[in-house]
Design a protein around this ligand. Sequence first.
Ligand code: G3H
Ligand code: ZN
Length: 291
Amino acid sequence: MLVHIKNIVKEARAGGYAVGAFNVHNLETVLGVANAAMRAKSPAIIQVSEGAIKYMGLKPITHIVSTVAKNIASQVPIALHLDHGRSFDSVFECLNAGFTSVHIDASHLPLDENISLTKQVVEFAHRKKAWVQGEVGAMIGGHGRISGQIDNIPIADPKDVIMFVKKTKVDAIAAAIGTAHGVYDNEDVRIDLLKKIKEETKIPFVLHGGSGVDVDIIKNAVKEGVNIINIGSDIKIAFCRTLIKNCRDNPEETDPRNLLRSTIKAVEDVVVKQMEIFGSAGRIEFQDIET
Ligand code: G3H
Ligand code: ZN
């Protein structure tokens, strides 16, 4: 069922677990996340990037997620979120389309400009009763990239993050604290910074770059206060590897469904695994629905 993100995050904070925010790119990945949420009895955030919106169209993706949430993930809470919105126009469109949460990522701008754009977004979004996630300390890496090590992972200054939250009044905060977009061996989470930010801001913390981070590091980060974990690359990799194998094994196939069916299951499997790690699995009790 489609719900406001605040309801999902409220439960997660009370229960001491994190919720996955899963990037989707097409119908198959939406179905994979919805099936996973049902199988794991877990809440989920389904998020789209500007690139995914450009690929699918805002209206189609909004309707697909709403319909799948209502009809497939009917027993579990699902929220729709914009990931890494780079401009006011981008968040404006999504909020008007009915998203209950947007990420304004102006972290590439000087801090004062980041604060000023984020504040504008917060004022507009709050009038629509929607949530805003802000970001300090630009993340590096490429979505879907898999390579051994990544150099110079940036780390945000917690003083900047705390000041940013106070000035902008964002509802959730993302900050660079040791992870990167993509799958790398040397991703980490600076718990000292996480604790400082949490103590001072008291708002939900969003960990970007969740793919590839060691399971124990993630579990500890959740224990220390991470509330939302973004997963993008793991989904892209599961989808593409399965599709490539299917195409190689069946080069004469002419029915797209026969090539795509198992990609849904591949996405479902990686998402269920993450839900178990984040502690969100098994949190939802199914209701008896009268027919
Ligand atoms: O915003 C999306 C993410 O931060 C995804 O990062 O590709 O490393 O999972 P990831
Ligand atoms: Zn991200």
